[in-house]
Ligand binder design. Structure first.
Ligand code: ADP
Ligand code: NA
Length: 319
């Protein structure tokens, strides 16, 4: 049997970080103290996390000629980039001002990420496919549909959130895993017109209630909801209740949560890839635990893709 293999259909960006005292105001010209350019984009970050976690991963996306270096970085991180397209467009770009207080202000240009790519040349060993929402949703749906017809497990992290119409017509019955954060699960319930029972006792109870309500609307999809420092809750199709996995204990104060969600998703996917299709709840819980450990380690370090830990280092922390 060939090893499990994951295709990520997603975004790749050049992230440009400008270090400023205060954000630039209308009519103002300011100087930046520093400029750092890094590989970014949720698709690229999640691919790096899958590779570092030990999974075999093919990235499908597009860059322009100004983005060949980010494609190279992705390759160096262990991601197969042979299926990527080079297009006559600017590479996706994020212009990020970071002020003295450490806050961000971001301009995003989709650029080459909005190239429409059809599901051709999918490796025949593909067992999993992963999607975010930084590429055309139509392309995501085409890949999702082709995965469903080939018995490939699918994972969708709907970030940024699709529109109400897009969510209402989304083929949820073809999706195996949905990964959302607290804000996203709430937005999803609203956009799908779901009435959520009031649960004011604690934020976790409120998120639990949202996840349970959503699970009734999309019963064939497993739901994983991340809660920042409160860890994750999950609702598996196999099991009627939600389960909670606490966040990792950090070795110090949280330094930079950028990329923690993508790190979590990548480790979750890499864990699912090892399990096969007939896993037990306790095996799923172990996968979630490793993913929360990895995400915690990502929070302890500055940076997004660069702060995603290696699987061997995560395993040291597990014991
Ligand atoms: P997103 O950035 O997508 O909103 P979250 O903030 O929910 O995602 O974080 C994703 C995961 O990262 C969490 O489930 C948790 O495991 C880990 N994480 C985030 N913030 C912290 C923190 N302060 N301490 C420990 N783990 C954290
Ligand atoms: Na980080």
């Amino acid at each position: 049997m060939p090893p499990p293999r994951c295709l990520v259909r997603g975004s790749i960006n050049v992230d440009e970080f400008f270090q400023v005292q205060e954000f630039v105001q209308p009519g103002q010209t300011i100087s930046s103290n520093d400029l750092v350019k890094r590989l970014g984009g949720k698709g690229a970050n999640q691919s790096v996390a899958i590779a570092r976690a030990g999974g075999l991963v093919d990235f499908v996306g597009a860059v322009g000629s100004d983005g060949l270096w980010v494609k190279d970085e992705l390759k160096v991180a262990g991601v197969n980039v042979e299926g990527m397209l080079l297009v006559k467009e600017n590479t996706g770009r994020a212009i990020i001002q970071v002020n003295a207080a450490g806050e961000n202000s971001i301009i995003l240009f989709k650029g080459a990420n909005y190239t429409s790519i059809s599901p051709q040349k999918i490796h025949s060993d593909t067992t999993h496919m992963v999607f975010q929402n930084e590429v055309p949703l139509q392309s995501t749906i085409e890949f999702l549909t082709s995965a469903a017809s080939s018995n490939i497990a699918t994972v969708f992290n709907p970030s940024p959130m699709p529109t109400r119409n897009e969510l209402q017509s989304f083929p949820w019955n073809q999706l195996t895993w949905l990964i959302v954060n607290e804000g996203e699960v709430s937005e999803l319930c609203t956009m799908l017109d779901l009435a959520v029972p009031q649960q004011s006792t604690s934020p976790n109870k409120a998120a639990q209630s949202l996840v349970l309500t959503l699970s009734i609307r999309i019963p064939s999809t497993n739901i994983v909801c991340t809660l920042g420092a409160d860890g994750v809750i999950a609702k598996f199709c196999l099991f009627p209740e939600t389960v909670h996995v606490p966040a990792a204990q950090l070795s110090g104060p949280p330094l930079d949560t950028t990329g923690a969600g993508d790190c979590f998703t990548g480790y979750l996917v890499a864990g699912l890839m090892k399990l096969g299709s007939t896993a037990t709840i306790s095996e799923y819980l172990q996968v979630l635990q490793r993913a929360t450990k990895a995400a915690g380690m990502c929070v302890e370090k500055a940076g997004a893709a660069s702060s995603i830990p290696l699987g061997i280092d995560v395993d040291v922390r597990m014991n």
